[in-house]
Write a protein that binds this ligand. Structure first.
Ligand code: ATP
Ligand code: MG
Ligand code: MG
Ligand code: MG
Length: 461
């Protein structure tokens, strides 16, 4: 089943179940400066859950564009993480609750998608008996339901609405296990979390008490790329129809016959950048712009490591626009702009990048020559500060030569720099203070002439 059909089936199913289908909101959260990006389907609906706003509809379903910076370094390492992805979700704002949410998720996964029940596993929050019973009622064998703790299966954001989660996993089989201790919720590639159901049933107050909510809510999220992976009988989102042409473009540019890690990182990062720039974000040194810059520079670096010496990411971005433009017309409308922005950043960074690479290679040789195993933190910091190398990039290049990076040393340098910046700021503020004092003095006393060359003040106090 192609991704397009999965999207459609999901939205059609929940429409039939009385949900209003809303278009994806922006990747940039509206009116929420605390968030850099929309990282989940519920983000646009946060005010409905916190009670800050009244919902127009009580049942809603969406396919939401998401971006997660916390997963940047996992891309190409785990089989399941992307930075940009689409999240399918159904929501209840004080309407249906746990029983209906579980029944619909079960029906959608087993009937609409026709997933093999023998491959499915379920998780519930450790003491959520209700969820456990409800899955059993669907016909799930109790031994297929695991109880997980607060770290993964309880959703909360400080004071406010919160509640337990329940997840659906797909089992790729023992061949994918990381070892004898492999289990549901483990970080390896055997059990793939495809759907997360959050039961918003408490309000956490300032004192940390969990008070039952009168208007309970449902927030679910299912990763489109992950479901497509399962339904298309492949083991990575990069092998699905969503990525096929994008990966092919990256392979062509890297002259790589296989989708290795470099190809995957480039395909993923360029897809995220394309969507980010389409929403008006430009590469810069802070906030969202820095995320875009970091993604672009990482992608470019992987190209340089594969021997590319001139801009090439535009070819990959064009493939993203071609593949995704039908569903996301902003990619078509902004295509030229996106390609221009990417090219300008590539041109800006390529020079610095090769200088930085030369320096890093020299450093690595020196460390190896003296039989060392660790690149000093100051060197990693210099690469960061002068050449714009994110730390994890330096770490990756070092790892290829069998070296680690002194992260503590890097952090110390970073701190020292912050301290210098702070002092510089204070000095400026201090100077400002002094200037203000003299300005006020002049306003009060009027301007004065310096007469010290002609006469001395002999009056004493
Ligand atoms: P994981 O444990 O695999 O990191 P998660 O628990 O962080 O996933 P949720 O926050 O529960 O994920 O998001 C809901 C769903 O969104 C997940 O079940 C998954 O299908 C999808 N998803 C989450 N993060 C990613 C990602 N980085 N790339 C692709 N899909 C994702
Ligand atoms: Mg995660
Ligand atoms: Mg998880
Ligand atoms: Mg989850």
């Amino acid at each position: 089943m192609e991704a397009k059909e999965i999207r459609q089936r999901f939205l059609d199913y929940f429409r039939r179940k009385g949900h209003v289908i809303l278009p994806s909101a922006s990747l940039i959260p509206a009116g929420d400066p605390s968030l850099l990006w929309t990282a989940a389907g519920m983000v646009p609906f946060k005010p409905y859950f916190t009670g800050a706003a009244k919902p127009e509809f009580r049942r809603v379903a969406t396919c939401q564009k998401c971006l997660r910076t916390q997963d940047i370094e996992s891309v190409g390492k785990t089989a399941r993480h992307l930075t940009f992805f689409e999240m399918l979700g159904n929501f209840s704002f004080g309407d249906y609750f746990k029983a209906e949410a579980i029944a619909m998720a079960w029906e959608f996964v087993t009937k609409e998608l026709g997933l093999d029940i023998d491959r499915l596993w379920f998780s519930v929050f450790e003491d959520d008996e209700e969820a456990f019973e409800l899955w059993c009622k669907m016909g799930v064998k109790p031994e297929r339901i695991v109880r997980l703790g607060r770290d993964t299966n309880f959703w909360e954001i400080g004071v406010g609405p919160c509640g337990p989660c329940s997840e659906i996993y797909y089992d790729f089989g023992p061949a994918f296990a990381c070892g004898p201790d492999c289990h549901v919720g483990c970080d390896c590639d055997r059990y793939l979390e495809i759907w997360n159901l959050v039961f918003i049933q408490y309000y956490r107050d300032e004192k940390g008490n969990y008070l039952p909510l009168e208007n309970k809510g449902i927030d679910t999220g299912m990763g489109l790329e992950r479901v497509a992976t399962v339904l298309q009988g492949v083991t990575s989102p990069f092998a699905t129809d969503l990525f096929r042409d994008i990966v092919a473009a990256a392979e062509r540019e890297l002259r790589s016959p296989v989708p290795n890690r470099r190809v995957k990182v480039i395909a993923d990062h360029v897809r995220a950048v394309t969507f980010g720039v389409a929403e008006g974000v430009l590469p810069s040194n802070e906030g969202r712009g820095y995320v875009i810059r970091r993604l672009l520079r990482r992608a470019l670096l992987y190209g340089v490591l594969a021997g590319r010496e001139e801009p090439f990411l535009g070819k990959v971005a064009a493939a993203v626009c071609d593949k995704m433009g039908e569903v996301y017309p902003e990619l078509v409308a902004n295509r030229e702009h996106i390609l221009r922005v990417i090219r300008a950043e590539e041109e800006r960074f390529l020079g610095t990048l090769s200088q930085g690479m030369e320096l890093l290679n020299r450093n690595i040789e020196q460390v190896l020559a003296r039989g060392g195993k660790v690149l000093p933190g100051e060197e990693a910091f210099r690469l960061y500060d002068t050449y714009g190398f994110p730390l994890e990039l330096t770490e990756e290049i070092c790892a290829e030569k069998g070296l680690a990076v002194d992260k503590e040393g890097f952090k110390r340098e970073m701190e020292a720099q912050r301290e210098r910046a702070r002092r510089a700021r204070e000095t400026v503020e201090y100077l400002g203070e002094r200037e203000r004092f003299y300005r006020e003095l002049r306003e009060e006393k009027g301007s004065v002439d310096f007469v010290g060359y002609e006469q001395l003040n002999t009056r004493s106090r």
